[in-house]
Design a protein around this ligand. Structure first.
Ligand code: NAP
Ligand code: ZN
Ligand code: ZN
Length: 350
């Protein structure tokens, strides 16, 4: 049993997103049915629509920054009732048995988590479909509660851009007394900047876009460096405890490794299509480390949302209708977003 649901989908790596009717399962006893009100536009949506990670199965209905209202709950659901606000991020399930799932690290499930879109759908077969749609049905164990005091549309990007930057900042214990770099002022970067600032670090924002300097300061940067300016970069040599790299395209990580002090760490959260070159002699001289981090677990995502509620942190958004999403992708590729596109899902009915 399933319900026809309006959405926008890409039918191939070269086609634009266009209207598509998908099927959502009838809620089981553990499921929550959600009317999607807003969905953020992540650069990962663009990577997958265009098959830049070489694993897309079409049609792709992207979207993993989902907020909305509960319309129906299954008989065993305890966390939600009809009418509640609810949110869904990048995962809708995982094996629930492996050591990582049991430790609340579902994003590192040894069988790989079931992603919100372009993951194998255990219920209906085929692939999962994401949030560029009017509704979604998800097991309550993978549904988040939304703080009531925040602007709902501006909460949507927290479900990916928020948790993806919050998780490594917490894991590497960023806090007062540390010098922290954030590379790239896009959707992830601007959230990383807000969180690093809220956690009390001295934050330096690296950007290729001189027109973002004032915004970066307003968003919490203590200093802003134009990364194409070798002199400005050199002034920060060997001085950082931690740098978070949120760049979506090819770039040189060695320039950032060289800014780390002894035992400093560069963490990649950006996921460019091509491998990045890392020189041994960027790492050896100061015992530097390079690492990666992927979204965050369910409990940590809830912790992040609660942190945002307490500190009144949301994303800076540009609201769009779903019919504008292809233009939004074009702007993402020009680093021209301030600082996250969010789709008003009511526009699906236009
Ligand atoms: P975005 O909003 O498009 O921001 C990317 C930023 O990177 C741009 O605004 C730009 O910042 C900078 N940039 C772009 N091209 C560049 C280039 N050629 N050289 C240097 N800097 C460049 O993207 P996003 O949604 O934040 O996502 C960023 C990346 O993270 C994507 O690859 C995405 O797939 C990945 N991601 C990973 C995870 C995870 O779990 N690890 C989760 C979500 C997304 P400036 O204008 O300031 O230079
Ligand atoms: Zn994302
Ligand atoms: Zn698992």
């Amino acid at each position: 049993m399933s319900t026809p649901t309006r959405s926008f989908a890409a039918q191939s790596a070269t086609s634009s997103l266009a209207p598509y009717t998908l099927e959502r399962r009838t809620p089981t006893e553990h499921d929550v049915a959600i009317e999607i009100l807003f969905c953020g536009v992540c650069h990962s949506d663009l990577h997958q629509v265009r098959d830049e990670w070489h694993n897309s199965v079409y049609p792709v209905v992207p979207g993993h920054e989902i907020v909305g209202r509960v319309t129906k709950v299954g008989s065993s659901v305890t966390k939600f009732k009809q009418g509640d606000l609810a949110a869904v991020g990048c995962m809708v399930d995982s094996c629930r048995k492996c050591p990582n799932c049991l430790a609340g690290l579902e994003q590192y499930c040894n069988s790989f988590p079931v992603l919100t879109y372009n993951g194998p759908d255990k219920h209906l077969g085929g692939m999962t479909y994401g949030g560029y749609s009017e509704g979604i049905v998800v097991d309550e164990a993978y549904v988040l509660k939304v703080p009531e005091n925040l602007n709902l549309a501006a909460v949507a990007p927290l479900l990916c851009a928020g948790i993806t930057t919050y998780s490594p900042l917490r894991h590497w214990k960023v806090g007062p007394g540390q010098k922290v770099g954030i590379v790239g002022l896009g959707g992830l970067g601007h959230m990383g900047l807000k969180f690093a600032h809220a956690l009390g670090a001295h934050v330096v924002l690296f950007t290729t876009s001189p027109n973002k300097v004032e915004d970066a300061k307003r968003l919490g940067a203590d200093e802003v460096v134009i990364s194409k300016d070798a002199e400005q970069m050199q002034a920060h040599a060997q001085s950082f405890d931690f740098i978070l790299d949120a760049v979506s395209a090819d770039h040189d990580p060695n320039t950032y490794l060289n800014l780390l002090k002894t035992d400093g760490t560069l963490v990649l959260v950006g996921a460019p299509e091509n491998p990045l070159p890392v020189a041994a002699f960027s790492l050896l001289p100061q015992r530097r480390a390079i690492a990666g981090s992927m979204i965050g677990g369910i409990a940590e995502t809830q912790e992040m949302l609660d942190f945002c509620g307490k500190h009144e942190i949301v994303s800076d958004i540009e609201m769009i209708d779903i019919q504008q999403v292809n233009d939004a992708y074009t702007r993402l590729l020009k680093s021209d977003v301030k600082y996250r596109f969010v789709i008003d899902m009511a526009s699906l009915k236009k």
